[in-house]
Design a protein around this ligand. Structure first.
Ligand SMILES: Nc1nc2c(ncn2[C@@H]2O[C@H](COP(=O)(O)OP(=O)(O)OP(=O)(O)O)[C@@H](O)[C@H]2O)c(=O)[nH]1
Ligand SMILES: [Mg+2]
Length: 195
């Protein structure tokens, strides 16, 4: 049975070592929005678009509770509209060099595409064996049914997605941008999302 592994993310949050988080995934899944959530600042362009918005790797850093957090946002390496994807892969590898990276494979809840079934294998061909250091980051937590937890969702989801989660040692976490907006507009702090 797939267990809730969100505590892995909390472990990443609570240690004082510098951490580098690399956002990967299909265009429009919420990579840049998640990067902004993690940093607590709008550093990455993010909006609903018909095609890919992020076309270059972008690295941003911030001290959060005495911990240096680096976030690397990437374009969808496999989208046909991204020109010279190998250049961006090289740039991503370059940005990761010498760092302890945790890879966040971003998947939108309710939109697991056929192309995403083997996305980890395709990413590993480009970035090396990243599976052991990859956490599935679900976005659109607001798309969960009322009262449905992320664990419930994972338990009843597409077997291909369950297999992908298994390859990431059952590590996953969920972000909910709508919830974060409501907390922010109420003047509070978006808790549980900062890494
Ligand atoms: N409702 C909702 N919208 C979200 C959530 N996360 C991201 N979005 C929206 O999804 C759209 C796409 O998000 P982006 O962050 O630009 O996606 P991306 O993966 O960076 O896309 P590319 O840069 O094109 O590869 C934006 O309009 C975001 O506001 C979420 O948890 N809930
Ligand atoms: Mg983006």
């Amino acid at each position: 049975m797939i267990q809730n592994k969100t505590q892995n993310m909390e472990a990443v949050q609570s240690s004082t070592y510098p951490v580098t988080l690399v956002l990967l995934g299909e265009f429009g899944c919420g990579k840049s929005a998640s990067g902004n959530t993690i940093l607590g600042e709008n550093k990455f362009a993010s909006r609903a678009t018909a095609g890919p918005l992020t076309t270059q790797c972008q690295k941003e850093e911030r001290d959060l509770n005495g911990k240096r957090v680096t976030v690397i946002d990437t374009p969808d390496f496999f989208d046909q509209h991204i020109k010279d994807p190998e250049r961006h892969v090289r740039q991503c590898r370059e940005m990761c060099k010498g760092r302890e990276c945790v890879y966040l494979l971003v998947i939108q809840i309710g939109r697991f595409t056929e192309r995403e079934r083997d996305i980890l294998e395709r990413l590993e061909k480009k970035l090396g064996r990243i599976g052991e250091r990859t956490i599935i980051l679900f976005t659109y937590g607001d798309n969960l049914k009322y009262g449905q937890s992320i664990d419930d969702y994972v338990r009843s989801t597409d077997p291909h997605l369950q297999r992908l989660i298994g390859k990431c040692r059952d590590k996953y976490h969920v972000f909910n941008k709508q919830e974060q907006r409501r907390v922010e507009s109420a003047g509070g702090e978006a808790h549980g999302t900062g890494i």
